[in-house]
Design a protein around this ligand. Structure first.
Ligand code: TXA
Ligand code: MG
Length: 343
């Protein structure tokens, strides 16, 4: 299959909407990461997403809607009060809420669960695509299973060329990490995957929120993940990634880099802007000036690390507050939680 990449504009969005209506899969931008979309109510179309990604069938997809009225027929029963308040505050935006699914949602979407994740994205291209398709769009991140999520159309092309017909290019994604996945069926609500709508933002609306304990550690052997996606290896670059945290991190990273170089490795540093100068001539990719910029750049940096042939990667950490929790969750998984604490 020939894969076209078209700048997102009215004509190409219309073509993408027609493909969705015809049961095909398209790559499209959202404010978080690029998605791989298909008609959420068409089981055959949804199966094509799993094929294109090489995704295990037991990992459910998020259903994307463009207006709140679309939710009623997708869920069983009324929208819980907590969900209603969060939708009012943070939709459209990077928040996915887990709700009881209606019979309209094929089992392929929910991977056999009785619940479905629903999100209303804010990206104008995503919203136009959903509206014109006239159907909710099921979409995981548009990477091959296991690869870092794509934050640019070129990332989607590098994973999906030959597998899908069309990618809409809407430029770089502003948030850069995937949406917050929130279980709103328990009290207090529980974050299963941290993202752009932060714990602090949720607490502001509901007063209370918990973060699932699996967010900042690997799953134990035989442990059942509340969010199926959390059990899979994720985001991993080919080189071994170590996170170095603490006040002395830049100095420690420089020493580790030099030692790795001496052992014939191809080392690479992911560093915050404030410390880049101190690394001198060592190979460095900039994560920006803090958590927000690091969120927008992390996945792109992990892909670049592969392109540069890095075999050892040392990354600075960001503070685990706000969107920093999402950054450290993704970085932690990419590093298989190999974290070195220094002074
Ligand atoms: O920002 C995003 O959420 C992007 C864009 C495209 O919207 N999508 C995305 O989808 O990241 P995906 O499939 O890569 O990640 C969805 C995550 C997975 O970890 C999955 O296990 C979890 O959400 N999930 C989906 N439905 C669920 C459910 N019913 N219960 C628990 N977890 C669920
Ligand atoms: Mg994903």
């Amino acid at each position: 299959m020939d894969t076209k990449v078209l700048k997102a504009e009215p004509a190409s969005i219309k073509a993408a909407a027609e493909l969705i209506r015809a049961g095909e899969v398209v790559g499209f931008p959202t404010e978080t990461v690029y998605g791989l979309g298909a008609d959420a109510l068409n089981a055959g179309a949804v199966r094509k997403i799993f094929e294109a990604k090489g995704r295990p069938g037991d990992n459910p997809l998020i259903v994307h809607i463009a207006d709140i009225g679309a939710i009623d027929r997708l869920i069983e029963g009324a929208l819980p009060e907590s969900a209603r308040r969060l939708a009012q505050a943070y939709w459209p935006g990077p928040l996915t809420m887990i709700l009881p699914k209606s019979k309209l949602i094929p089992k392929e979407v929910s991977a056999g669960l009785e619940t479905v994740g629903i999100r209303m994205p804010s990206h104008p291209v995503a919203r136009a695509l959903i509206a014109q398709a006239g159907t909710p769009i099921a979409a995981p991140s548009a990477n091959l299973s296991g690869r870092p999520s794509p934050t640019q159309a070129s990332h989607v092309f590098s994973d999906m060329a030959g597998r899908i017909a069309l990618i809409l290019d809407g430029g770089a994604c502003a948030v850069g990490v995937e949406s917050t996945v929130l279980d709103v069926l328990c009290d207090p609500v529980r974050i299963l995957r941290p993202g752009g709508v932060t714990a602090e933002m949720i607490a502001q609306v509901l007063g209370r929120v918990t973060v699932d304990e699996s967010v900042m550690r690997p799953l134990g052997k035989g442990e059942v993940a509340r969010s199926p996606g959390m059990k899979y290896k994720h985001y991993a670059p080919r080189g071994h990634l170590t996170i170095v945290r603490g006040a002395g991190a830049p100095e420690a990273i420089a020493r580790m880099y030099d030692a790795a170089l001496g052992q014939g490795e191809t080392p690479l540093i992911l560093g915050l802007d404030a410390h880049i100068g101190g690394y001198g001539a060592r190979a460095v990719l900039a994560l920006g000036d803090g958590a927000q910029e690091a969120a927008a750049r992390l996945f792109s940096a992990l892909r670049e690390a592969d392109e540069l042939g890095a075999t050892r990667i040392f990354s600075e950490a960001v503070a685990q507050a706000g969107v920093g929790l999402a950054v450290m969750n993704r970085m932690g998984r990419a590093a298989a939680f190999d974290v070195v604490e220094v002074g």
